[in-house]
Ligand binder design. Sequence first.
Ligand SMILES: C[S@@+](CC[C@H](N)C(=O)[O-])C[C@H]1O[C@@H](n2cnc3c(N)ncnc32)[C@H](O)[C@@H]1O
Length: 288
Amino acid sequence: MDNSNDIIIEAWNTVLFEKFCRFKHLLVDGLSQHSDAAFEQCIHPQGSRVLDVGCGFGDSTLRIAKRVGSSGEAIGVDCAENFVRAAQAEARKQDVQNARFFVGDVQWGDLRGPYDHAFARFGTMFFEMPGAAMRNIRKALNPGGTFLQIVWRQREDNPWLHDAELRVKEIVPVISHEETDQVHCGPGPFSMSGPDMVSTMLRGAGFERITFERFDCDICIGRDLDDAIEFAMALGPAGEIIRLAGQEGETRKPQVVAALKKAFAEFARPDGVWAPSSTWFISATNPG
Ligand SMILES: C[S@@+](CC[C@H](N)C(=O)[O-])C[C@H]1O[C@@H](n2cnc3c(N)ncnc32)[C@H](O)[C@@H]1O
Protein backbone atom coordinates (compact mmCIF):
# COMPACT_ATOMS: atom_id res chain seq x y z
CA MET A 1 0.00 0.00 0.00
CA ASP A 2 1.55 3.32 -1.09
CA ASN A 3 -0.93 5.74 0.48
CA SER A 4 -1.18 6.07 4.27
CA ASN A 5 -4.93 6.50 3.95
CA ASP A 6 -5.20 3.12 2.21
CA ILE A 7 -3.63 1.66 5.34
CA ILE A 8 -6.22 3.33 7.57
CA ILE A 9 -9.12 2.24 5.34
CA GLU A 10 -7.78 -1.30 5.29
CA ALA A 11 -7.64 -1.28 9.10
CA TRP A 12 -11.26 -0.12 9.43
CA ASN A 13 -12.40 -2.64 6.84
CA THR A 14 -10.65 -5.62 8.42
CA VAL A 15 -9.23 -5.86 11.93
CA LEU A 16 -11.19 -2.93 13.40
CA PHE A 17 -14.44 -3.99 11.72
CA GLU A 18 -14.04 -7.45 13.25
CA LYS A 19 -13.36 -5.99 16.69
CA PHE A 20 -16.30 -3.57 16.39
CA CYS A 21 -18.54 -6.55 15.56
CA ARG A 22 -17.23 -8.43 18.59
CA PHE A 23 -17.95 -5.51 20.94
CA LYS A 24 -21.02 -4.12 19.20
CA HIS A 25 -23.04 -4.74 22.39
CA LEU A 26 -20.92 -2.14 24.20
CA LEU A 27 -20.14 0.25 21.37
CA VAL A 28 -23.59 0.94 19.98
CA ASP A 29 -25.26 1.36 23.39
CA GLY A 30 -22.41 3.36 24.90
CA LEU A 31 -21.93 5.67 21.95
CA SER A 32 -25.70 6.16 21.53
CA GLN A 33 -25.89 7.81 24.93
CA HIS A 34 -23.83 10.65 23.49
CA SER A 35 -25.75 10.87 20.20
CA ASP A 36 -29.14 10.66 21.97
CA ALA A 37 -28.17 13.71 24.02
CA ALA A 38 -26.89 15.51 20.92
CA PHE A 39 -30.06 14.73 18.95
CA GLU A 40 -32.14 16.38 21.68
CA GLN A 41 -30.68 19.73 20.78
CA CYS A 42 -29.93 19.47 17.08
CA ILE A 43 -32.60 20.23 14.57
CA HIS A 44 -33.12 17.79 11.73
CA PRO A 45 -36.48 19.00 10.40
CA GLN A 46 -38.88 16.66 8.65
CA GLY A 47 -38.04 16.56 4.96
CA SER A 48 -34.36 17.41 5.37
CA ARG A 49 -31.46 15.57 3.80
CA VAL A 50 -28.73 14.68 6.29
CA LEU A 51 -25.26 13.15 5.82
CA ASP A 52 -23.90 10.85 8.56
CA VAL A 53 -20.10 10.99 8.34
CA GLY A 54 -18.12 7.83 9.19
CA CYS A 55 -21.42 6.08 9.89
CA GLY A 56 -20.03 2.69 10.99
CA PHE A 57 -22.91 0.26 11.61
CA GLY A 58 -25.34 3.04 10.64
CA ASP A 59 -27.48 3.00 13.79
CA SER A 60 -27.20 6.80 14.04
CA THR A 61 -28.10 7.10 10.34
CA LEU A 62 -31.26 5.07 10.94
CA ARG A 63 -32.13 7.32 13.90
CA ILE A 64 -31.73 10.37 11.67
CA ALA A 65 -33.86 8.74 8.94
CA LYS A 66 -36.69 8.41 11.46
CA ARG A 67 -36.26 12.03 12.57
CA VAL A 68 -36.45 13.48 9.05
CA GLY A 69 -39.47 11.34 8.10
CA SER A 70 -40.38 9.78 4.78
CA SER A 71 -40.05 13.11 2.93
CA GLY A 72 -36.45 13.38 4.11
CA GLU A 73 -33.39 11.24 3.67
CA ALA A 74 -30.44 10.11 5.79
CA ILE A 75 -27.28 9.13 3.98
CA GLY A 76 -24.42 7.34 5.72
CA VAL A 77 -20.91 7.39 4.28
CA ASP A 78 -18.01 5.27 5.47
CA CYS A 79 -14.64 4.41 3.96
CA ALA A 80 -14.99 0.75 4.99
CA GLU A 81 -17.15 -1.37 2.72
CA ASN A 82 -17.84 -3.91 5.49
CA PHE A 83 -19.43 -1.24 7.71
CA VAL A 84 -21.52 0.02 4.78
CA ARG A 85 -22.75 -3.51 4.01
CA ALA A 86 -23.66 -4.07 7.67
CA ALA A 87 -25.53 -0.74 7.75
CA GLN A 88 -27.44 -1.57 4.55
CA ALA A 89 -28.43 -4.96 5.97
CA GLU A 90 -29.68 -3.35 9.19
CA ALA A 91 -31.73 -0.78 7.23
CA ARG A 92 -33.35 -3.62 5.27
CA LYS A 93 -34.00 -5.58 8.47
CA GLN A 94 -35.68 -2.57 10.09
CA ASP A 95 -37.42 -1.70 6.80
CA VAL A 96 -36.15 1.88 6.88
CA GLN A 97 -36.84 3.14 3.37
CA ASN A 98 -35.27 6.60 3.56
CA ALA A 99 -31.74 5.62 4.63
CA ARG A 100 -28.97 5.08 2.09
CA PHE A 101 -25.32 4.22 2.51
CA PHE A 102 -22.28 4.46 0.29
CA VAL A 103 -18.56 3.77 0.49
CA GLY A 104 -16.43 6.90 0.29
CA ASP A 105 -13.40 8.64 1.73
CA VAL A 106 -14.76 11.78 3.39
CA GLN A 107 -11.45 13.58 2.91
CA TRP A 108 -11.76 13.93 -0.84
CA GLY A 109 -14.54 11.67 -2.15
CA ASP A 110 -17.73 12.92 -3.80
CA LEU A 111 -20.13 13.17 -0.85
CA ARG A 112 -23.22 13.23 -3.09
CA GLY A 113 -24.56 16.53 -1.71
CA PRO A 114 -26.14 18.94 -1.31
CA TYR A 115 -27.29 18.24 2.26
CA ASP A 116 -29.25 20.39 4.69
CA HIS A 117 -27.18 19.09 7.60
CA ALA A 118 -24.26 16.81 8.37
CA PHE A 119 -23.70 14.76 11.49
CA ALA A 120 -20.83 12.62 12.80
CA ARG A 121 -20.66 10.49 15.92
CA PHE A 122 -16.99 9.69 16.49
CA GLY A 123 -16.61 9.56 12.71
CA THR A 124 -14.10 12.42 12.28
CA MET A 125 -11.20 11.61 14.59
CA PHE A 126 -9.36 9.16 12.36
CA PHE A 127 -8.75 11.31 9.29
CA GLU A 128 -5.21 11.61 8.03
CA MET A 129 -6.16 15.02 6.54
CA PRO A 130 -8.91 16.38 8.83
CA GLY A 131 -8.81 19.90 7.35
CA ALA A 132 -9.47 18.52 3.86
CA ALA A 133 -12.32 16.40 5.25
CA MET A 134 -13.95 19.40 6.99
CA ARG A 135 -13.76 21.44 3.77
CA ASN A 136 -15.21 18.57 1.74
CA ILE A 137 -18.09 18.21 4.21
CA ARG A 138 -18.78 21.96 4.17
CA LYS A 139 -18.85 22.00 0.37
CA ALA A 140 -21.48 19.25 0.45
CA LEU A 141 -23.78 21.43 2.62
CA ASN A 142 -26.37 23.94 1.47
CA PRO A 143 -25.79 27.56 2.57
CA GLY A 144 -26.86 27.77 6.21
CA GLY A 145 -26.43 24.00 6.63
CA THR A 146 -24.98 22.83 9.92
CA PHE A 147 -22.44 20.18 10.81
CA LEU A 148 -22.71 18.63 14.27
CA GLN A 149 -19.91 16.31 15.28
CA ILE A 150 -19.41 14.38 18.50
CA VAL A 151 -15.78 13.77 19.49
CA TRP A 152 -14.05 12.63 22.66
CA ARG A 153 -12.84 15.39 24.98
CA GLN A 154 -9.53 15.21 26.82
CA ARG A 155 -8.06 11.85 27.83
CA GLU A 156 -8.21 12.57 31.58
CA ASP A 157 -12.03 12.73 31.47
CA ASN A 158 -12.25 9.44 29.57
CA PRO A 159 -10.48 7.06 31.97
CA TRP A 160 -11.95 3.95 30.32
CA LEU A 161 -9.64 4.70 27.37
CA HIS A 162 -6.85 6.69 29.02
CA ASP A 163 -6.25 4.62 32.19
CA ALA A 164 -6.12 1.50 30.04
CA GLU A 165 -3.61 3.16 27.70
CA LEU A 166 -1.38 4.24 30.61
CA ARG A 167 -1.42 0.76 32.21
CA VAL A 168 -0.65 -0.95 28.88
CA LYS A 169 2.18 1.48 28.10
CA GLU A 170 3.86 0.43 31.36
CA ILE A 171 3.88 -3.20 30.22
CA VAL A 172 3.92 -3.40 26.41
CA PRO A 173 6.50 -1.68 24.15
CA VAL A 174 4.90 1.05 22.03
CA ILE A 175 5.45 0.68 18.27
CA SER A 176 4.69 3.90 16.38
CA HIS A 177 2.75 3.89 13.12
CA GLU A 178 5.98 4.80 11.29
CA GLU A 179 7.80 1.78 12.71
CA THR A 180 5.32 -0.80 11.49
CA ASP A 181 3.88 -1.95 8.19
CA GLN A 182 0.74 -3.16 9.93
CA VAL A 183 -2.54 -1.41 9.24
CA HIS A 184 -3.61 1.14 11.89
CA CYS A 185 -6.64 3.25 12.80
CA GLY A 186 -5.20 6.69 11.99
CA PRO A 187 -4.72 9.67 14.33
CA GLY A 188 -6.84 8.25 17.17
CA PRO A 189 -9.81 9.01 19.43
CA PHE A 190 -8.39 12.17 21.03
CA SER A 191 -7.23 13.89 17.85
CA MET A 192 -10.15 16.34 17.94
CA SER A 193 -10.20 17.00 21.69
CA GLY A 194 -8.58 20.45 21.59
CA PRO A 195 -11.13 23.23 20.91
CA ASP A 196 -8.53 25.79 19.79
CA MET A 197 -7.04 23.48 17.19
CA VAL A 198 -10.42 22.19 15.99
CA SER A 199 -12.09 25.61 15.78
CA THR A 200 -9.12 26.94 13.79
CA MET A 201 -9.39 23.96 11.46
CA LEU A 202 -13.15 24.43 10.99
CA ARG A 203 -12.65 28.14 10.30
CA GLY A 204 -9.93 27.28 7.79
CA ALA A 205 -12.39 24.92 6.10
CA GLY A 206 -14.83 27.83 5.72
CA PHE A 207 -17.25 27.10 8.61
CA GLU A 208 -18.70 29.86 10.80
CA ARG A 209 -20.64 30.01 14.11
CA ILE A 210 -18.49 27.31 15.70
CA THR A 211 -19.57 26.23 19.18
CA PHE A 212 -18.44 23.54 21.63
CA GLU A 213 -20.67 22.02 24.26
CA ARG A 214 -19.42 19.52 26.80
CA PHE A 215 -21.40 16.37 27.55
CA ASP A 216 -20.53 13.86 30.29
CA CYS A 217 -22.06 10.52 31.15
CA ASP A 218 -21.08 7.12 32.50
CA ILE A 219 -21.02 4.42 29.83
CA CYS A 220 -21.06 0.66 30.18
CA ILE A 221 -17.62 -0.69 29.20
CA GLY A 222 -18.32 -4.32 30.05
CA ARG A 223 -21.01 -6.72 31.26
CA ASP A 224 -18.46 -7.61 33.95
CA LEU A 225 -14.77 -6.97 34.66
CA ASP A 226 -13.61 -9.71 32.26
CA ASP A 227 -15.68 -8.22 29.42
CA ALA A 228 -14.34 -4.70 30.17
CA ILE A 229 -10.75 -5.96 30.15
CA GLU A 230 -11.25 -7.82 26.85
CA PHE A 231 -12.81 -4.66 25.38
CA ALA A 232 -9.90 -2.44 26.48
CA MET A 233 -7.31 -4.93 25.22
CA ALA A 234 -9.01 -5.06 21.80
CA LEU A 235 -9.97 -1.46 21.00
CA GLY A 236 -8.92 2.12 21.71
CA PRO A 237 -5.32 3.23 22.23
CA ALA A 238 -4.58 0.30 24.60
CA GLY A 239 -5.87 -2.25 22.10
CA GLU A 240 -3.86 -0.68 19.29
CA ILE A 241 -0.62 -0.75 21.35
CA ILE A 242 -1.10 -4.46 22.10
CA ARG A 243 -1.97 -5.33 18.49
CA LEU A 244 0.92 -3.35 16.96
CA ALA A 245 3.37 -4.96 19.43
CA GLY A 246 2.56 -8.34 17.80
CA GLN A 247 3.91 -11.39 19.64
CA GLU A 248 5.35 -9.20 22.39
CA GLY A 249 1.87 -7.80 23.05
CA GLU A 250 0.37 -11.30 23.17
CA THR A 251 3.04 -12.56 25.56
CA ARG A 252 2.44 -9.71 28.01
CA LYS A 253 -1.34 -10.02 28.07
CA PRO A 254 -1.49 -11.77 31.49
CA GLN A 255 0.28 -8.77 33.09
CA VAL A 256 -2.04 -6.39 31.24
CA VAL A 257 -5.10 -8.29 32.47
CA ALA A 258 -3.90 -8.01 36.08
CA ALA A 259 -3.19 -4.27 35.71
CA LEU A 260 -6.56 -3.55 34.06
CA LYS A 261 -8.41 -5.55 36.70
CA LYS A 262 -6.99 -3.15 39.30
CA ALA A 263 -7.59 -0.05 37.18
CA PHE A 264 -11.23 -0.88 36.38
CA ALA A 265 -12.22 -2.27 39.81
CA GLU A 266 -13.55 1.12 40.93
CA PHE A 267 -15.98 1.19 37.96
CA ALA A 268 -17.58 -2.22 38.66
CA ARG A 269 -21.28 -2.21 39.64
CA PRO A 270 -23.82 -5.02 39.99
CA ASP A 271 -25.17 -4.20 36.50
CA GLY A 272 -21.80 -4.06 34.73
CA VAL A 273 -18.71 -1.87 34.55
CA TRP A 274 -19.57 1.81 34.11
CA ALA A 275 -16.92 4.47 33.59
CA PRO A 276 -17.08 8.24 33.12
CA SER A 277 -16.89 9.50 29.53
CA SER A 278 -16.83 13.00 28.11
CA THR A 279 -17.41 14.47 24.67
CA TRP A 280 -17.67 17.74 22.77
CA PHE A 281 -20.72 18.43 20.66
CA ILE A 282 -19.16 20.67 18.03
CA SER A 283 -21.52 22.66 15.86
CA ALA A 284 -20.54 24.68 12.79
CA THR A 285 -22.46 26.39 9.99
CA ASN A 286 -21.71 26.64 6.28
CA PRO A 287 -22.15 30.32 5.44
CA GLY A 288 -22.49 29.40 1.76
C1 LIG B 1 -15.07 5.12 15.72
S1 LIG B 1 -15.89 4.63 14.27
C2 LIG B 1 -17.48 5.43 14.52
C3 LIG B 1 -18.58 4.76 13.76
C4 LIG B 1 -19.99 5.30 14.03
N1 LIG B 1 -20.12 6.68 13.66
C5 LIG B 1 -20.37 5.10 15.48
O1 LIG B 1 -20.50 6.06 16.23
O2 LIG B 1 -20.56 3.93 15.86
C6 LIG B 1 -15.15 5.62 13.00
C7 LIG B 1 -15.72 5.35 11.63
O3 LIG B 1 -15.15 6.29 10.70
C8 LIG B 1 -14.85 5.61 9.50
N2 LIG B 1 -13.79 6.38 8.79
C9 LIG B 1 -12.50 6.52 9.15
N3 LIG B 1 -11.85 7.27 8.24
C10 LIG B 1 -12.75 7.61 7.28
C11 LIG B 1 -12.67 8.34 6.05
N4 LIG B 1 -11.52 8.91 5.64
N5 LIG B 1 -13.81 8.47 5.31
C12 LIG B 1 -14.98 7.89 5.72
N6 LIG B 1 -15.10 7.16 6.85
C13 LIG B 1 -14.00 7.03 7.64
C14 LIG B 1 -14.42 4.22 9.95
O4 LIG B 1 -14.50 3.25 8.93
C15 LIG B 1 -15.40 3.96 11.11
O5 LIG B 1 -16.56 3.31 10.68
